[in-house]
Design a protein around this ligand. Structure first.
Ligand code: DSN
Length: 416
């Protein structure tokens, strides 16, 4: 593999190989990252990359879309069936673009949005002041309960009734617990708002019925590369009544030509998500997160909300006297990749917060199970508790490398 690249551009070729080696030799525990399966990577690399297909199946502005139409329609149909929605748009290039399309379709600049506070686990595209969402819309937030660190649905209902937003957004980037989407829908509708559920992190768990369904929402956005294990990109699902507005917002509202190689890979991903091994994978990644929960709890590392219901854990590393940045840097030195992250009622800064976000999707894709999680959790605790110990890091880095070697991934690429 990669022979043509090797012959044409040795600089990029070598950097690509080094990145593949990094992914192979380390332990990826960033909850939003995963290892796409080889069928996905192959599809991304096909000549579908070459085709312009502005428009939608059978309504294109370019000729030559006979097979592209079939592929995009299959992606749409498979996605609708997977989540039980009446309409789907598979063209958004990213999660941010998908959310932007929903806002463009349903709101006017200045309209009110109610979404989860970033420190409580919300996402920047849900109303952060430096993002388009916070710049062009009037954003209000709900958060988590100070004691339980669980979503405060009473607070959400209260702000909804007071502010009467046009859109309420559920969905998070660092919330380790289940979200009651049906409850958010009823709060939204009681306040005269629409409900957008951004399920990017937990889409795979929803498909596998390991997280409450999002089917009550008016509109759903999701990326396709996290727990769904597909290509980088995003999708929008909605009720039929919003179909026309959503499609127009994506194209020609915000995007030009769709990336049909990515859309084909999305179709492959949605087909894979119906297979028994996908169910097994999702069940294992939740079990793996539970093992990590046990390890951290047994070692007095405080977990935001006390634990996890999904694929991620949010550690309050200030409980052991270090910052999220120190934790993430020390773990990177031994080949364990996690995120520094803000926690609810954060007292630090975004660049040096109190939290560390850890997830199991990628390691589970490599076949790691309970035993490996216990081992890795133990190493993480040791590093966090002695993050400056050179000797410890030297030992752990060897252990990490040895474990990673036992769980190879992308061997197809290893000889170039
Ligand atoms: N970057 C993704 C995450 O880490 O959650 C969302 O944008």
């Amino acid at each position: 593999m990669l022979n043509a690249l090797g012959a044409s551009d040795s600089v990029i070729y070598n950097l690509v190989l080094q990145e593949i080696t990094r992914q192979q030799a380390g332990l990826v525990m960033i909850p939003s990252e995963n290892y796409a399966t080889l069928d996905i990577l192959e599809t991304l690399g096909t000549p579908l990359n070459n085709k312009y297909s502005e428009g939608y199946p059978r309504k294109r502005y370019y000729s030559g879309n006979l097979f592209i139409d079939e592929i995009e329609q299959l992606a749409i149909d498979r996605l609708k069936a997977l989540f039980g929605f009446e309409h789907a748009n598979v063209q958004p290039h990213s999660g941010s673009g998908a959310n932007q399309a929903v806002f463009t379709a349903l709101l006017e600049p200045g309209d009110k949005i109610l979404s989860m506070d970033l420190n409580a686990g919300g996402h920047i595209t849900h109303g952060n002041k430096f993002n388009f969402s916070g710049r062009y819309y009037n954003v209000f937030h709900y958060g988590v309960n100070r004691e339980t660190e669980l979503i405060d649905y009473d607070d959400l209902a209260e702000v909804a009734q007071k502010e009467k937003p046009k859109l309420i957004i559920s969905g998070t980037t660092s919330y380790p617990r289940a979200i009651d989407f049906a409850k958010v829908t009823s709060i939204a509708h009681a306040a005269g708002a629409l409900h957008l559920a951004d399920i990017s992190h937990i889409a795979g768990l929803i498909v596998a019925d390991l997280h409450p369904s999002c089917v009550s929402a008016d509109i759903v956005t999701s990326t396709t590369h996290k727990t769904l294990r597909g290509p980088r990109g995003a999708v929008i699902l909605c009720k039929a009544e919003f179909a026309g507005k959503i499609d127009k917002a994506v194209f020609p509202g915000l995007q030009g030509g769709p990336m049909e190689n990515v859309i084909a890979a999305k179709a492959v991903c949605f087909n894979n998500a119906k297979k028994p091994e996908f169910q097994t994978y999702q069940e294992q990644l939740v079990r793996n997160a539970k093992i990590l929960e046990q390890v951290f709890r047994n070692n007095d590392v405080r977990l935001v909300s006390g634990g996890t219901d999904n694929h991620l854990l949010l550690l309050d590393v200030s409980s052991i006297g270090i910052t999220g940045r120190q934790a993430s840097d020390a773990l990177e030195e031994v080949g364990i990749f996690c995120n520094k992250n803000v926690i609810p009622f954060e007292t630090g800064t975004a660049l040096d917060p109190s939290g560390l976000r850890i997830g199991t999707p990628a390691l589970t894709s490599r076949g790691m199970k309970e035993q490996e999680m216990a081992q890795i959790g133990g190493w993480i605790v040791q590093i966090l508790k002695a993050h400056e110990s050179h000797q410890l890091k030297q030992r752990v880095v060897e252990q990490v490398r040895a474990l990673a070697e036992h769980f190879p991934i992308y061997q197809e690429y290893s000889n170039g």
